[in-house]
Design a protein around this ligand. Structure first.
Ligand SMILES: Cc1cc2nc3c(=O)[nH]c(=O)nc-3n(C[C@H](O)[C@H](O)[C@H](O)COP(=O)(O)OP(=O)(O)OC[C@H]3O[C@@H](n4cnc5c(N)ncnc54)[C@H](O)[C@@H]3O)c2cc1C
Length: 499
Protein backbone atom coordinates (compact mmCIF):
# COMPACT_ATOMS: atom_id res chain seq x y z
CA UNK A 1 0.00 0.00 0.00
CA UNK A 2 2.84 2.43 0.84
CA UNK A 3 4.17 2.04 -2.72
CA UNK A 4 0.73 2.65 -4.21
CA UNK A 5 0.37 5.83 -2.18
CA UNK A 6 3.84 7.02 -3.14
CA UNK A 7 3.25 6.37 -6.83
CA UNK A 8 -0.08 8.19 -6.67
CA UNK A 9 1.62 11.21 -5.07
CA UNK A 10 4.23 11.12 -7.83
CA UNK A 11 1.48 11.12 -10.46
CA UNK A 12 0.10 14.31 -8.94
CA UNK A 13 3.51 16.03 -8.90
CA UNK A 14 5.28 17.82 -11.69
CA UNK A 15 8.87 17.08 -12.65
CA UNK A 16 9.82 20.74 -12.59
CA UNK A 17 8.05 24.05 -12.80
CA UNK A 18 9.77 27.35 -13.21
CA UNK A 19 10.25 29.39 -10.10
CA UNK A 20 10.97 33.07 -10.61
CA UNK A 21 10.09 34.43 -7.20
CA UNK A 22 12.48 36.21 -4.86
CA UNK A 23 12.82 36.48 -1.09
CA UNK A 24 10.90 34.52 1.52
CA UNK A 25 7.22 33.67 1.70
CA UNK A 26 5.28 32.04 4.52
CA UNK A 27 2.79 29.24 3.89
CA UNK A 28 0.24 29.41 6.70
CA UNK A 29 -1.51 26.03 6.75
CA UNK A 30 -5.12 26.03 7.99
CA UNK A 31 -7.73 23.48 6.83
CA UNK A 32 -5.53 22.47 3.91
CA UNK A 33 -3.14 20.01 5.55
CA UNK A 34 -1.80 18.51 2.34
CA UNK A 35 0.73 18.91 -0.42
CA UNK A 36 -1.12 17.41 -3.39
CA UNK A 37 -3.30 20.02 -5.15
CA UNK A 38 -2.52 22.74 -2.63
CA UNK A 39 -2.69 25.99 -4.55
CA UNK A 40 -1.69 28.25 -1.65
CA UNK A 41 1.47 26.19 -1.15
CA UNK A 42 2.19 26.31 -4.86
CA UNK A 43 1.87 30.10 -4.88
CA UNK A 44 4.06 30.44 -1.80
CA UNK A 45 6.71 28.35 -3.57
CA UNK A 46 6.46 30.11 -6.94
CA UNK A 47 6.57 33.64 -5.52
CA UNK A 48 9.74 33.19 -3.46
CA UNK A 49 13.16 31.64 -3.39
CA UNK A 50 12.43 29.98 -0.03
CA UNK A 51 9.27 29.10 1.89
CA UNK A 52 8.55 28.84 5.59
CA UNK A 53 5.57 26.50 6.24
CA UNK A 54 3.75 27.26 9.50
CA UNK A 55 0.81 25.89 11.46
CA UNK A 56 -0.62 27.79 14.43
CA UNK A 57 -2.40 25.71 17.04
CA UNK A 58 -5.00 28.33 17.90
CA UNK A 59 -6.14 28.07 21.55
CA UNK A 60 -9.59 29.37 20.53
CA UNK A 61 -10.19 26.03 18.77
CA UNK A 62 -9.82 24.32 22.13
CA UNK A 63 -12.21 26.51 24.07
CA UNK A 64 -15.94 25.85 24.23
CA UNK A 65 -18.77 25.94 21.70
CA UNK A 66 -20.69 29.19 21.30
CA UNK A 67 -23.98 28.69 23.15
CA UNK A 68 -23.89 25.45 25.13
CA UNK A 69 -20.22 25.30 26.12
CA UNK A 70 -19.19 21.85 25.00
CA UNK A 71 -15.46 21.39 24.33
CA UNK A 72 -15.08 22.98 20.90
CA UNK A 73 -12.71 20.27 19.73
CA UNK A 74 -13.09 16.89 21.40
CA UNK A 75 -10.12 14.62 22.12
CA UNK A 76 -10.60 12.42 19.06
CA UNK A 77 -10.59 15.28 16.56
CA UNK A 78 -7.67 16.91 18.38
CA UNK A 79 -5.74 13.64 18.10
CA UNK A 80 -6.64 13.43 14.41
CA UNK A 81 -5.34 16.99 13.90
CA UNK A 82 -2.05 16.26 15.64
CA UNK A 83 -1.56 13.15 13.49
CA UNK A 84 -2.28 15.27 10.42
CA UNK A 85 0.40 17.77 11.43
CA UNK A 86 3.01 15.07 12.03
CA UNK A 87 2.24 13.59 8.62
CA UNK A 88 2.39 16.98 6.89
CA UNK A 89 5.74 17.69 8.53
CA UNK A 90 7.07 14.35 7.29
CA UNK A 91 5.81 14.91 3.74
CA UNK A 92 7.17 18.46 3.62
CA UNK A 93 10.56 17.19 4.76
CA UNK A 94 10.56 14.71 1.88
CA UNK A 95 10.22 17.73 -0.42
CA UNK A 96 12.98 19.78 1.16
CA UNK A 97 10.83 21.81 3.58
CA UNK A 98 9.59 21.37 7.17
CA UNK A 99 6.63 22.51 9.24
CA UNK A 100 7.04 24.98 12.08
CA UNK A 101 4.25 24.34 14.59
CA UNK A 102 3.55 27.06 17.13
CA UNK A 103 0.85 27.29 19.79
CA UNK A 104 -0.95 30.62 19.93
CA UNK A 105 -3.14 32.99 17.95
CA UNK A 106 -2.02 33.35 14.32
CA UNK A 107 -2.27 37.14 14.66
CA UNK A 108 0.43 37.02 17.36
CA UNK A 109 2.66 34.32 15.83
CA UNK A 110 2.70 35.27 12.15
CA UNK A 111 4.03 38.86 12.56
CA UNK A 112 6.93 37.51 14.65
CA UNK A 113 7.77 34.98 11.94
CA UNK A 114 7.44 37.61 9.19
CA UNK A 115 9.97 39.69 11.07
CA UNK A 116 12.28 36.76 11.84
CA UNK A 117 12.64 35.58 8.23
CA UNK A 118 11.88 38.85 6.42
CA UNK A 119 8.89 37.38 4.56
CA UNK A 120 7.18 39.50 1.92
CA UNK A 121 3.93 37.49 1.73
CA UNK A 122 1.88 35.04 3.77
CA UNK A 123 -0.17 32.60 1.67
CA UNK A 124 -3.15 30.79 3.14
CA UNK A 125 -6.34 29.06 2.13
CA UNK A 126 -9.38 31.32 2.14
CA UNK A 127 -12.15 30.57 4.64
CA UNK A 128 -15.79 31.67 4.69
CA UNK A 129 -17.20 31.56 8.25
CA UNK A 130 -17.07 34.37 10.78
CA UNK A 131 -14.55 32.97 13.28
CA UNK A 132 -12.04 32.25 10.52
CA UNK A 133 -12.73 35.59 8.81
CA UNK A 134 -12.04 37.41 12.07
CA UNK A 135 -8.69 35.67 12.34
CA UNK A 136 -7.83 36.67 8.76
CA UNK A 137 -8.70 40.27 9.59
CA UNK A 138 -6.62 40.18 12.77
CA UNK A 139 -3.62 38.73 10.91
CA UNK A 140 -3.86 41.41 8.22
CA UNK A 141 -3.94 44.09 10.89
CA UNK A 142 -1.06 42.65 12.90
CA UNK A 143 1.33 42.28 9.95
CA UNK A 144 0.48 45.81 8.79
CA UNK A 145 2.61 46.87 5.85
CA UNK A 146 5.47 44.49 6.65
CA UNK A 147 3.99 41.72 4.49
CA UNK A 148 0.93 40.91 2.41
CA UNK A 149 -1.68 38.28 3.24
CA UNK A 150 -2.72 36.42 0.08
CA UNK A 151 -5.79 34.23 0.48
CA UNK A 152 -6.22 31.45 -2.03
CA UNK A 153 -9.44 29.53 -2.74
CA UNK A 154 -9.03 25.79 -2.22
CA UNK A 155 -11.81 24.03 -0.28
CA UNK A 156 -14.34 23.10 -2.95
CA UNK A 157 -14.51 20.84 -5.99
CA UNK A 158 -15.86 23.64 -8.21
CA UNK A 159 -13.78 26.77 -7.89
CA UNK A 160 -15.54 29.84 -6.51
CA UNK A 161 -14.54 31.84 -9.60
CA UNK A 162 -16.06 29.24 -11.94
CA UNK A 163 -19.61 29.43 -10.59
CA UNK A 164 -22.17 30.64 -13.13
CA UNK A 165 -23.51 33.15 -10.52
CA UNK A 166 -22.21 35.20 -7.63
CA UNK A 167 -22.68 33.63 -4.19
CA UNK A 168 -25.26 36.35 -3.44
CA UNK A 169 -27.35 34.87 -6.25
CA UNK A 170 -26.77 31.23 -5.34
CA UNK A 171 -29.96 29.20 -5.97
CA UNK A 172 -31.81 28.17 -2.82
CA UNK A 173 -32.63 24.78 -4.24
CA UNK A 174 -29.76 22.31 -4.37
CA UNK A 175 -30.86 20.71 -7.65
CA UNK A 176 -30.82 24.07 -9.39
CA UNK A 177 -27.33 24.74 -8.08
CA UNK A 178 -26.09 21.30 -9.12
CA UNK A 179 -27.55 21.44 -12.61
CA UNK A 180 -26.16 24.92 -13.17
CA UNK A 181 -22.60 24.03 -12.15
CA UNK A 182 -22.70 20.72 -13.99
CA UNK A 183 -23.77 22.38 -17.22
CA UNK A 184 -21.81 25.64 -17.08
CA UNK A 185 -18.69 24.98 -15.00
CA UNK A 186 -15.94 22.43 -15.07
CA UNK A 187 -13.83 21.04 -12.27
CA UNK A 188 -10.34 22.41 -12.64
CA UNK A 189 -7.55 19.85 -12.88
CA UNK A 190 -5.50 19.23 -9.73
CA UNK A 191 -2.59 21.57 -9.43
CA UNK A 192 0.68 19.63 -9.72
CA UNK A 193 3.34 20.77 -7.29
CA UNK A 194 7.02 20.16 -7.98
CA UNK A 195 8.68 17.22 -6.26
CA UNK A 196 11.11 19.55 -4.51
CA UNK A 197 9.76 22.60 -2.73
CA UNK A 198 12.84 23.69 -0.77
CA UNK A 199 14.87 25.33 0.41
CA UNK A 200 13.78 26.63 3.78
CA UNK A 201 14.98 30.15 4.66
CA UNK A 202 18.65 30.28 5.72
CA UNK A 203 19.63 29.57 9.35
CA UNK A 204 16.00 28.95 10.19
CA UNK A 205 16.65 27.37 13.59
CA UNK A 206 18.49 30.49 14.77
CA UNK A 207 15.72 32.74 13.51
CA UNK A 208 12.61 30.94 14.73
CA UNK A 209 13.82 28.50 17.40
CA UNK A 210 12.99 24.83 17.81
CA UNK A 211 11.72 23.29 14.55
CA UNK A 212 10.89 19.89 15.96
CA UNK A 213 8.36 20.90 18.57
CA UNK A 214 5.00 19.14 18.00
CA UNK A 215 2.36 19.58 20.73
CA UNK A 216 0.64 16.62 22.28
CA UNK A 217 -2.88 16.28 23.63
CA UNK A 218 -1.97 17.33 27.14
CA UNK A 219 -0.45 20.56 25.76
CA UNK A 220 -3.96 21.24 24.47
CA UNK A 221 -5.47 20.50 27.87
CA UNK A 222 -6.94 17.19 26.67
CA UNK A 223 -6.50 13.60 27.76
CA UNK A 224 -5.86 10.83 25.21
CA UNK A 225 -8.85 8.59 24.48
CA UNK A 226 -8.54 5.25 22.74
CA UNK A 227 -10.63 4.58 19.62
CA UNK A 228 -12.78 1.68 20.78
CA UNK A 229 -12.46 -1.84 19.44
CA UNK A 230 -16.08 -1.76 18.23
CA UNK A 231 -15.09 0.87 15.66
CA UNK A 232 -15.16 -0.56 12.14
CA UNK A 233 -12.65 1.95 10.92
CA UNK A 234 -9.54 3.38 12.57
CA UNK A 235 -9.19 6.95 11.33
CA UNK A 236 -5.61 8.23 11.23
CA UNK A 237 -5.01 11.87 10.44
CA UNK A 238 -2.95 13.11 7.50
CA UNK A 239 -2.55 13.12 3.76
CA UNK A 240 -0.82 9.73 3.65
CA UNK A 241 -3.74 7.99 5.39
CA UNK A 242 -6.24 9.91 3.23
CA UNK A 243 -4.64 8.73 0.01
CA UNK A 244 -4.32 5.24 1.46
CA UNK A 245 -8.07 5.22 2.12
CA UNK A 246 -8.79 6.35 -1.42
CA UNK A 247 -6.49 3.65 -2.87
CA UNK A 248 -8.22 1.04 -0.73
CA UNK A 249 -11.82 2.15 -1.35
CA UNK A 250 -11.52 2.86 -5.07
CA UNK A 251 -8.78 0.57 -6.29
CA UNK A 252 -7.99 -2.34 -3.96
CA UNK A 253 -11.50 -3.15 -2.70
CA UNK A 254 -13.30 -1.71 -5.73
CA UNK A 255 -16.07 -0.36 -3.47
CA UNK A 256 -16.70 2.67 -5.66
CA UNK A 257 -18.46 0.42 -8.16
CA UNK A 258 -21.37 -0.11 -5.72
CA UNK A 259 -21.27 3.11 -3.69
CA UNK A 260 -24.77 4.26 -4.63
CA UNK A 261 -26.29 1.00 -3.40
CA UNK A 262 -24.29 0.80 -0.16
CA UNK A 263 -24.03 4.45 0.86
CA UNK A 264 -27.01 4.45 3.22
CA UNK A 265 -25.46 1.78 5.43
CA UNK A 266 -24.52 2.30 9.06
CA UNK A 267 -22.29 -0.63 9.96
CA UNK A 268 -18.78 -1.35 8.70
CA UNK A 269 -15.90 0.44 7.04
CA UNK A 270 -16.94 0.31 3.40
CA UNK A 271 -20.61 1.27 2.94
CA UNK A 272 -19.40 4.82 2.15
CA UNK A 273 -16.06 6.42 1.36
CA UNK A 274 -15.32 7.81 4.88
CA UNK A 275 -13.36 10.60 3.20
CA UNK A 276 -15.04 13.31 5.27
CA UNK A 277 -12.52 13.67 8.14
CA UNK A 278 -9.70 14.12 5.64
CA UNK A 279 -11.74 16.48 3.49
CA UNK A 280 -12.59 18.61 6.52
CA UNK A 281 -8.95 18.99 7.55
CA UNK A 282 -7.93 19.45 3.93
CA UNK A 283 -5.70 16.37 3.89
CA UNK A 284 -7.30 15.43 0.60
CA UNK A 285 -8.76 17.75 -2.02
CA UNK A 286 -12.17 17.16 -3.62
CA UNK A 287 -10.58 17.74 -7.02
CA UNK A 288 -8.21 14.86 -6.35
CA UNK A 289 -11.19 12.61 -5.55
CA UNK A 290 -12.91 13.90 -8.70
CA UNK A 291 -9.94 13.04 -10.92
CA UNK A 292 -9.55 9.59 -9.42
CA UNK A 293 -13.28 8.78 -9.64
CA UNK A 294 -14.47 10.58 -12.69
CA UNK A 295 -11.45 10.39 -14.94
CA UNK A 296 -9.23 7.50 -13.91
CA UNK A 297 -11.69 5.00 -12.39
CA UNK A 298 -14.32 5.61 -15.05
CA UNK A 299 -11.72 5.05 -17.76
CA UNK A 300 -10.00 2.04 -16.24
CA UNK A 301 -12.83 0.21 -14.42
CA UNK A 302 -16.38 1.37 -14.94
CA UNK A 303 -18.58 4.43 -15.22
CA UNK A 304 -21.97 4.01 -13.54
CA UNK A 305 -24.40 5.72 -11.16
CA UNK A 306 -22.08 5.06 -8.26
CA UNK A 307 -19.06 6.78 -9.78
CA UNK A 308 -21.31 9.78 -10.43
CA UNK A 309 -22.94 9.70 -7.00
CA UNK A 310 -19.74 10.40 -5.08
CA UNK A 311 -19.48 13.61 -7.10
CA UNK A 312 -23.15 14.34 -6.43
CA UNK A 313 -22.37 14.22 -2.70
CA UNK A 314 -19.26 16.35 -3.10
CA UNK A 315 -21.45 18.94 -4.82
CA UNK A 316 -23.58 19.02 -1.65
CA UNK A 317 -20.42 19.77 0.25
CA UNK A 318 -19.60 22.61 -2.19
CA UNK A 319 -23.15 23.88 -1.92
CA UNK A 320 -23.05 24.20 1.86
CA UNK A 321 -19.72 26.01 1.60
CA UNK A 322 -21.11 28.56 -0.87
CA UNK A 323 -24.31 28.92 1.17
CA UNK A 324 -22.18 30.02 4.13
CA UNK A 325 -21.01 32.92 1.96
CA UNK A 326 -24.54 33.83 0.94
CA UNK A 327 -26.12 33.57 4.38
CA UNK A 328 -23.23 34.42 6.73
CA UNK A 329 -23.85 33.94 10.43
CA UNK A 330 -27.54 33.11 10.02
CA UNK A 331 -26.57 29.46 9.49
CA UNK A 332 -25.62 29.43 13.19
CA UNK A 333 -28.76 31.17 14.43
CA UNK A 334 -31.84 29.44 15.86
CA UNK A 335 -34.14 30.87 13.18
CA UNK A 336 -31.71 29.89 10.43
CA UNK A 337 -31.23 31.52 7.03
CA UNK A 338 -34.99 31.58 6.47
CA UNK A 339 -35.66 33.38 9.77
CA UNK A 340 -38.31 30.89 10.86
CA UNK A 341 -39.89 32.34 13.98
CA UNK A 342 -42.92 30.09 14.21
CA UNK A 343 -41.29 27.12 15.92
CA UNK A 344 -40.96 26.84 19.68
CA UNK A 345 -37.83 25.12 20.90
CA UNK A 346 -37.13 23.52 24.26
CA UNK A 347 -33.75 23.31 26.01
CA UNK A 348 -34.82 20.54 28.38
CA UNK A 349 -31.61 19.22 29.95
CA UNK A 350 -32.92 15.76 30.80
CA UNK A 351 -34.12 15.07 27.28
CA UNK A 352 -30.97 16.47 25.73
CA UNK A 353 -28.69 14.45 28.03
CA UNK A 354 -30.56 11.26 27.12
CA UNK A 355 -30.01 12.03 23.43
CA UNK A 356 -26.36 13.04 23.88
CA UNK A 357 -25.41 9.98 25.92
CA UNK A 358 -27.39 7.46 23.87
CA UNK A 359 -29.90 6.59 26.60
CA UNK A 360 -33.26 7.55 25.05
CA UNK A 361 -34.70 4.02 25.06
CA UNK A 362 -34.74 4.00 21.22
CA UNK A 363 -31.95 1.61 20.18
CA UNK A 364 -31.49 3.25 16.77
CA UNK A 365 -30.86 6.66 18.35
CA UNK A 366 -28.80 5.27 21.21
CA UNK A 367 -26.55 3.16 18.99
CA UNK A 368 -25.80 6.11 16.71
CA UNK A 369 -25.09 8.50 19.57
CA UNK A 370 -22.83 5.97 21.29
CA UNK A 371 -20.95 5.43 18.03
CA UNK A 372 -20.48 9.17 17.61
CA UNK A 373 -18.98 9.63 21.06
CA UNK A 374 -16.83 6.50 20.89
CA UNK A 375 -15.40 7.02 17.39
CA UNK A 376 -16.01 10.62 16.27
CA UNK A 377 -17.97 9.32 13.28
CA UNK A 378 -21.59 8.59 12.39
CA UNK A 379 -23.04 7.57 9.02
CA UNK A 380 -25.01 10.09 7.01
CA UNK A 381 -28.15 8.00 7.55
CA UNK A 382 -27.55 8.01 11.30
CA UNK A 383 -26.98 11.77 11.38
CA UNK A 384 -30.28 12.44 9.66
CA UNK A 385 -32.17 10.12 11.99
CA UNK A 386 -30.74 11.47 15.26
CA UNK A 387 -31.18 15.05 14.05
CA UNK A 388 -34.83 14.44 13.20
CA UNK A 389 -35.42 12.71 16.56
CA UNK A 390 -33.87 15.57 18.55
CA UNK A 391 -35.69 18.38 16.78
CA UNK A 392 -39.00 16.76 15.82
CA UNK A 393 -39.70 14.11 18.44
CA UNK A 394 -38.03 15.87 21.38
CA UNK A 395 -38.58 19.44 20.18
CA UNK A 396 -35.10 20.43 21.38
CA UNK A 397 -33.22 23.51 20.17
CA UNK A 398 -31.35 22.18 17.14
CA UNK A 399 -28.23 24.21 18.01
CA UNK A 400 -27.66 21.95 21.04
CA UNK A 401 -27.40 18.99 18.68
CA UNK A 402 -25.26 20.88 16.20
CA UNK A 403 -22.84 21.97 18.92
CA UNK A 404 -22.56 18.43 20.27
CA UNK A 405 -21.74 17.28 16.73
CA UNK A 406 -19.22 20.13 16.46
CA UNK A 407 -17.50 18.88 19.58
CA UNK A 408 -17.41 15.20 18.63
CA UNK A 409 -17.13 14.83 14.86
CA UNK A 410 -13.77 14.03 13.30
CA UNK A 411 -15.13 15.59 10.11
CA UNK A 412 -16.60 18.71 11.72
CA UNK A 413 -16.91 21.46 9.15
CA UNK A 414 -18.96 24.54 10.04
CA UNK A 415 -20.65 24.80 6.63
CA UNK A 416 -21.63 21.12 6.27
CA UNK A 417 -22.55 20.72 9.92
CA UNK A 418 -24.68 23.81 10.41
CA UNK A 419 -25.99 23.60 6.84
CA UNK A 420 -27.28 20.07 7.39
CA UNK A 421 -28.64 20.89 10.85
CA UNK A 422 -30.58 23.90 9.58
CA UNK A 423 -32.09 21.66 6.89
CA UNK A 424 -32.91 18.96 9.43
CA UNK A 425 -34.51 21.53 11.72
CA UNK A 426 -36.61 23.01 8.90
CA UNK A 427 -34.96 26.45 9.17
CA UNK A 428 -32.54 26.05 6.23
CA UNK A 429 -32.58 28.16 3.13
CA UNK A 430 -34.73 25.73 1.13
CA UNK A 431 -38.35 25.96 2.34
CA UNK A 432 -39.17 22.60 0.74
CA UNK A 433 -36.82 20.76 3.07
CA UNK A 434 -38.88 19.51 5.99
CA UNK A 435 -37.70 16.20 7.27
CA UNK A 436 -39.32 13.79 9.65
CA UNK A 437 -37.61 10.43 9.90
CA UNK A 438 -39.84 7.75 11.36
CA UNK A 439 -37.65 5.56 13.56
CA UNK A 440 -39.59 2.32 13.00
CA UNK A 441 -39.48 2.88 9.25
CA UNK A 442 -35.80 3.78 9.21
CA UNK A 443 -35.02 0.72 11.35
CA UNK A 444 -37.04 -1.54 9.06
CA UNK A 445 -35.32 -0.21 5.93
CA UNK A 446 -31.73 0.29 7.03
CA UNK A 447 -31.19 -2.17 9.89
CA UNK A 448 -33.86 -4.83 9.42
CA UNK A 449 -32.09 -7.53 11.45
CA UNK A 450 -30.87 -5.17 14.16
CA UNK A 451 -27.21 -5.92 13.49
CA UNK A 452 -26.27 -2.24 13.72
CA UNK A 453 -28.05 -1.56 17.01
CA UNK A 454 -26.81 -4.76 18.62
CA UNK A 455 -23.25 -3.95 17.56
CA UNK A 456 -23.28 -0.74 19.60
CA UNK A 457 -25.63 -2.02 22.32
CA UNK A 458 -24.32 -5.57 22.84
CA UNK A 459 -27.07 -6.48 25.34
CA UNK A 460 -29.51 -6.50 22.38
CA UNK A 461 -27.65 -9.42 20.82
CA UNK A 462 -29.52 -11.75 23.14
CA UNK A 463 -32.83 -10.75 21.57
CA UNK A 464 -34.35 -12.22 18.40
CA UNK A 465 -33.41 -10.05 15.43
CA UNK A 466 -36.95 -8.73 14.95
CA UNK A 467 -37.13 -7.50 18.57
CA UNK A 468 -33.88 -5.54 18.70
CA UNK A 469 -35.40 -2.21 17.71
CA UNK A 470 -38.24 -2.38 20.19
CA UNK A 471 -37.18 -4.47 23.18
CA UNK A 472 -40.14 -5.02 25.51
CA UNK A 473 -37.99 -5.69 28.58
CA UNK A 474 -34.37 -5.40 29.64
CA UNK A 475 -33.76 -2.06 27.95
CA UNK A 476 -34.27 1.56 28.87
CA UNK A 477 -37.76 3.02 28.95
CA UNK A 478 -38.52 5.28 25.98
CA UNK A 479 -37.96 8.85 27.10
CA UNK A 480 -40.55 10.47 24.79
CA UNK A 481 -43.26 9.07 22.52
CA UNK A 482 -42.72 9.43 18.77
CA UNK A 483 -44.73 12.07 16.97
CA UNK A 484 -45.74 9.58 14.30
CA UNK A 485 -45.30 5.91 14.96
CA UNK A 486 -46.88 3.86 12.20
CA UNK A 487 -43.93 2.15 10.46
CA UNK A 488 -45.99 1.20 7.44
CA UNK A 489 -46.93 4.77 6.63
CA UNK A 490 -44.82 6.94 4.36
CA UNK A 491 -44.75 10.40 5.84
CA UNK A 492 -44.85 13.25 3.41
CA UNK A 493 -41.90 14.89 5.06
CA UNK A 494 -39.37 12.05 4.85
CA UNK A 495 -40.67 10.87 1.46
CA UNK A 496 -39.79 14.28 0.06
CA UNK A 497 -36.26 13.92 1.21
CA UNK A 498 -33.65 13.54 -1.49
CA UNK A 499 -32.31 10.17 -0.34
C1 LIG B 1 -26.98 16.66 10.93
C2 LIG B 1 -25.81 16.43 9.99
C3 LIG B 1 -24.57 16.98 10.30
C4 LIG B 1 -23.49 16.80 9.41
N1 LIG B 1 -22.25 17.34 9.73
C5 LIG B 1 -21.22 17.21 8.86
C6 LIG B 1 -19.95 17.79 9.15
O1 LIG B 1 -19.73 18.47 10.14
N2 LIG B 1 -18.93 17.57 8.25
C7 LIG B 1 -19.12 16.84 7.10
O2 LIG B 1 -18.17 16.68 6.33
N3 LIG B 1 -20.32 16.32 6.80
C8 LIG B 1 -21.37 16.47 7.64
N4 LIG B 1 -22.59 15.90 7.34
C9 LIG B 1 -22.77 15.29 6.01
C10 LIG B 1 -22.56 13.77 5.91
O3 LIG B 1 -23.26 13.11 6.90
C11 LIG B 1 -21.07 13.38 5.99
O4 LIG B 1 -20.31 14.16 5.09
C12 LIG B 1 -20.90 11.91 5.60
O5 LIG B 1 -21.65 11.10 6.46
C13 LIG B 1 -19.44 11.53 5.70
O6 LIG B 1 -19.24 10.18 5.42
P1 LIG B 1 -18.52 9.74 4.07
O7 LIG B 1 -17.27 10.52 3.88
O8 LIG B 1 -18.40 8.28 4.09
O9 LIG B 1 -19.58 10.21 3.00
P2 LIG B 1 -19.86 9.69 1.52
O10 LIG B 1 -21.25 9.20 1.48
O11 LIG B 1 -18.81 8.78 1.07
O12 LIG B 1 -19.82 11.03 0.66
C14 LIG B 1 -18.62 11.53 0.07
C15 LIG B 1 -18.38 12.93 0.55
O13 LIG B 1 -19.44 13.79 0.13
C16 LIG B 1 -19.66 14.80 1.12
N5 LIG B 1 -21.04 14.71 1.63
C17 LIG B 1 -21.84 13.62 1.64
N6 LIG B 1 -23.05 13.94 2.14
C18 LIG B 1 -23.00 15.25 2.46
C19 LIG B 1 -23.93 16.16 3.03
N7 LIG B 1 -25.18 15.82 3.36
N8 LIG B 1 -23.52 17.43 3.25
C20 LIG B 1 -22.27 17.83 2.93
N9 LIG B 1 -21.36 17.00 2.37
C21 LIG B 1 -21.73 15.74 2.15
C22 LIG B 1 -18.68 14.55 2.25
O14 LIG B 1 -17.56 15.37 2.06
C23 LIG B 1 -18.32 13.08 2.05
O15 LIG B 1 -17.05 12.75 2.55
C24 LIG B 1 -23.68 16.07 8.21
C25 LIG B 1 -24.94 15.52 7.93
C26 LIG B 1 -25.98 15.70 8.80
C27 LIG B 1 -27.33 15.11 8.46
Amino acid sequence: MADAVESMIQRYSSAGSSRNGKGVSIMWFRNDLRIVDNEALFKAWASSSSVLPVYCVDPRHFGTTHYFKFPKTGELRAQFLLESLVDLKKNLKKRGLDLVIRSGNPEFILPLLVEAVGAHTIYAQEETCSEELQVEKAVKKSIGTKAKLELVWGTTMYHLNDLPFTTARLPDVYTQFRKAVESSSRVRPCLKLPQTLGPLPDSLGEKVGDLDKVPNLSDLGLRPREQVSLAAMQFTGGETAAIQRLCEYFWTKNCLRNYKETRNGMLGADYSTKFSPWLASGSISPRFIYEEASIKYEKERTANNSTYWVLFELIWRDYFRFLSMKYGNSIFHLEGPRKVRTKSWSQDKTLFEAWRTGTTGYPLIDANMRELYATGFMSNRGRQIVCSFLVRDMGIDWRMGAEWFESCLLDYDPCSNYGNWTYGAGVGNDPREDRYFSIPKQAQTYDPDGSYVSHWIPQLQELPTDARHSPKVGYLKKIVPLRFSNPGRTYKTSANFRK
